[in-house]
Design a protein around this ligand. Structure first.
Ligand SMILES: Cc1ncc(COP(=O)(O)O)c(C=O)c1O
Length: 404
């Protein structure tokens, strides 16, 4: 008789994990207050308050809200001075926005491979990618795990490059005890639906540099300047402003965030302990200076050799059938059809032939190895974490069922 749920056996779980987003009366109260307040955009007091609270949360001097994380990256890129034709170093293991923001400001993404154990940009390969046209590096704290910011900042200062942290998945993550975001020259966050802090859509840029902050403020405010007139436009900007409704929801959620972060910390550590004991499963390895993972995703590496040669895709289908939602995640960004077929990419990125880019570590991770669990799973109980480990062990113990 079949044991595995994919073959008709009894699944390890039939109960779902905590739902996301979580909605409380405090969200409803804040939203109603925003509605009745009548300042729905531009000068909303909740927007002001949220920007101050978010700066405090990220331990940054300044924060501005924007329409989404992609906009945050565009604003930050121009905010630190990236110009048309400049090259910007990024990892290929990230969401498309990291690359498309670079292209949208007419700059050229240059891909540097990731570390095989952390899946974060490999600082040891950055210098080889620097040319006289390089203007910036975007380390992406993928899954919520901080990149090696010491090494990256050292390289950037040596070559006079700007650093923009893509912290869109890393709310509250810490590098050597400091929150990510303003360790580099600017940092970007997303409040899109899946994120650990969400208003459906939304984003923020943070910085410790007053000049960069003021420039980013102008760029998202139609080129206005902080004390200028309403119809006075100094730079080519966008309207990338968030609404008061989004700030209302975010302010309410900020109150719950510390407790949720603590829960993910505890469950993440416990899950790593459990999964670390299973042959062929390696949790994403922390960079040496990382002191807090935001666990937007929980990524582990799957080695099919310990699972009778069963390909990762089949393992993922089997794990999903056991009641554990999971996925394979990204493809290497430069393999996205956009880089090959969209003429806009060629106009902006000039002579780079993205079909020739090779980042073998990223390609292996994407094709065979990476398995993603989502942050809402880590909001469950210790028992829930044990279920995840139990489901993986069950697949390993009955792997013959997947080979036939
Ligand atoms: C790493 C990364 N960068 C950028 C973004 C873009 O954020 P948004 O979807 O809010 O535009 C996201 C999120 O989707 C992301 O995960």
């Amino acid at each position: 008789m079949a044991q595995l749920a994919i073959n008709g056996g009894k699944p390890v779980r039939t109960k779902d994990f905590p739902k996301w987003p979580i909605i409380t009366q405090s969200d409803e109260k804040n939203l109603l207050a925003a509605l009745r307040g009548g300042n729905w955009g531009l000068r909303g007091s909740m927007l002001d308050k949220f920007e101050k609270e978010f700066a405090k949360f990220t331990q940054a001097k300044y924060a501005i809200t924007v329409t989404n994380g992609t906009a945050a990256l565009e604003v930050a890129l121009r905010g630190v001075g990236v110009k048309a034709g400049d090259e910007v170093i990024i990892p290929p293991y990230t969401f498309i926005a990291t690359a498309s923001a670079v292209l949208t400001v007419n700059a050229v993404p240059i891909f540097v491979d990731i570390d095989p154990q952390s899946y974060l940009i490999d600082p040891g390969q950055i210098e080889a990618a620097i040319t006289p046209r390089t203007a910036a590096i975007i380390p992406v704290h993928i899954a919520g795990l901080p990149c090696d910011m010491d090494k990256i900042m050292r390289i950037a200062r040596k070559h006079k490059l700007a650093v923009i942290e893509d912290a869109c998945q890393a709310h509250g993550a810490e590098w050597k005890g400091r929150r990510v975001g303003a360790i580099g020259d600017a940092g970007c966050f997303s409040f899109q639906s899946s994120k650990n802090l969400t208003s459906g859509e939304g984003g923020a840029c943070v910085s410790d540099d007053r000049k960069i902050f003021e420039r980013m403020w102008s760029l998202k405010n139609c080129g206005r300047i902080p004390k200028g007139a309403f119809y006075e436009h100094h730079v080519l900007g966008w309207n990338m402003r968030m609404t008061e409704f989004q700030a209302a929801v975010l302010l309410s959620q900020m109150k719950r965030l510390p407790a949720q972060m603590k829960r993910r910390d505890e469950n993440g550590a416990y899950l790593s302990q459990l999964l670390g004991e299973i042959e062929g499963i390696e949790p994403q390895k922390w960079t040496k200076g990382a002191t807090r993972h935001a666990y937007h995703l929980y990524i582990f590496r799957y080695d099919k050799k310990a699972f009778g040669g069963v390909p990762r895709e089949r393992f993922i289908r089997a794990l999903t059938a056991e009641g554990i939602e999971c996925s394979a995640g990204y493809v290497p960004l430069y393999q996205e059809p956009m880089f090959v077929v969209d003429p806009a990419v060629h106009v902006f990125a000039g002579k780079v032939d993205y079909t020739k880019v090779k980042c073998p570590v990223c390609e292996h991770a994407c094709a065979e190895e990476a398995v993603w669990l989502y942050q809402r799973l880590l909001l469950g109980t210790k028992r829930d974490m044990e279920d995840i480990a139990r489901a993986i062990r069950k697949i390993q113990d009955n792997v013959d069922e997947l080979r036939s």
